[in-house]
Design a protein around this ligand. Sequence first.
Ligand code: PXP
Length: 238
Amino acid sequence: MSIRLGVNIDHVATLRNARGEKHPDPYLSAISALKFGADSITIHLREDRRHINEQDLKKISKNKKIPLNLEMAANDEMLKIAIKYKPNFVCIVPEKRKEITTEGGLNLSKNYKKIKKIIEDLNKNKIRTSLFIDPNIKDIKLAKKIGTNCVELHTGKISNQIKNKKNYFSELSKIKKCSVLANKFNIEVHAGHGMDYKTAKILKSVNLIEEFNIGHFIIGESIFYGMKKIIQNFKKIL
Ligand code: PXP
């Protein structure tokens, strides 16, 4: 199985928005990420538009060479936007206004009807669908009933455990069991949130996760790998 890497570029937009100007352009970062080997680009259009905005979505989705994964909340406004811009993939995520980042998976039992309807509408529009859920068996069974093409397992908890050198075996075992069941149901398994090199390496051992969506660490780490060239450029100019 060849594993795909999706690069989340929300943090490029965060940096751009810090100045309210145009640099760095998330669209150009998407082009670079693909040039350097990423398999797809993930953007999260949040209700409060704190990083990616609709103009970014418009520009990125217009370029059909960019395999685009749109993360969005389960509501009618976002459904309309997804059908308008037709990204290749949509991942439904929970959204709370005050959270710093997506803190947990979807509550599928509470929002079953609403999510099922959105997934059906997206499937009708030939958009690959995914649900961002915590790794638990109950939600894999609900995901199957909802009819999603994929699930993305929230890896925030295991990532924290690994980073803080805590025992992560029970969480890894949950992720494995969920992946096995999803696989049996013909649901593709993805992983996302909080990963770095070490977490990705450990999660790769599950062997059933086909897509890893990683953002913060890639953008953060790029500072260290890109800085040399930029400082040298300035030294030449000055
Ligand atoms: N996948 C989903 C569904 C997310 O919500 C996020 C975070 O926004 C990511 C992947 C990427 O997480 P990180 O930026 O921590 O790598």
